[in-house]
Design a binder for this molecule. Structure first.
Ligand SMILES: Cc1cc2nc3c(=O)[nH]c(=O)nc-3n(C[C@H](O)[C@H](O)[C@H](O)COP(=O)(O)O)c2cc1C
Length: 190
């Protein structure tokens, strides 16, 4: 018989992100963040390529990234509303971890599998933060897909990109439950 871990299963069945704009202080310090990163790095990784790394964004870096988003919005010809939306998460955020996908050349592991693994790291970090009692939220937004932002904001190399930005902080308001998929609708057995 399998040995169950009911509390771990209950956590996974009930986990819920906390919208980034509702996250307040305090945020995890380096010591509190380390076990969360350790949990996130324990993610399935075909071929043990480690096709990801972390960039921790503190409050001072948030302010700088908001300015980079502003500059990129202007360079891309975006309107004030879109530009404000792009910089919003950096204006409001106190701490986040950017999960960086780092493509590794491999004759065996397709690039797409490395992308999947980076996405899995994002969820693992989100879940670790929630399990530790923090509020957390996985955000993207146009800057996270903009090469100029990635280069100016994070000095990423061409084989790197932002997989996700995981904001972590203290929950100030519990969000209402979000409708969840009907398992029978999305599941077939062969
Ligand atoms: C790749 C990715 C990017 C996302 N980007 C955003 C975003 O920019 N803004 C946002 O409000 N939600 C974004 N979300 C949605 C939230 O992170 C989250 O999925 C939603 O709030 C429900 O979370 P829960 O299922 O953990 O409760 C994104 C989700 C994913 C997977």
């Amino acid at each position: 018989m399998p040995v169950a871990d009911p509390s771990a299963l209950a956590f996974l069945q009930n986990r819920r992100s906390r919208p980034a704009k509702t996250l307040g202080l305090p945020v995890p310090d380096a010591e509190a963040l380390r076990p969360l990163l350790t949990a996130a790095a324990r993610t399935p990784d075909h071929g043990k390529l480690e096709p990801w790394r972390f960039i921790v964004i503190d409050r001072a870096a948030m302010a700088r990234l908001a300015e980079v988003a502003e500059q990129r919005g202007a360079a891309l010809g975006l309107g004030p509303e879109d530009t404000a939306k792009g910089r919003g998460q950096f204006d409001q955020g106190n701490l986040a971890v950017a999960v960086i996908e780092v493509q590794k050349p491999s004759p065996k592991i397709p690039p797409l599998e490395q992308t999947y693994s980076a996405g899995a790291v994002c969820l693992a970090l989100l879940n670790a933060a929630l399990a530790a009692g923090w509020g957390a939220n996985w955000l993207s937004g146009w800057p996270s897909h903009d090469r100029g932002f990635m280069e100016k904001g994070f000095a990423l190399a061409p084989h790197e990109r932002i997989a996700g930005i995981i904001h972590i902080g203290t929950e100030t308001a519990a969000p209402p439950e979000r409708p969840r998929p009907d398992i029978d609708e999305i599941t077939t057995w062969l």
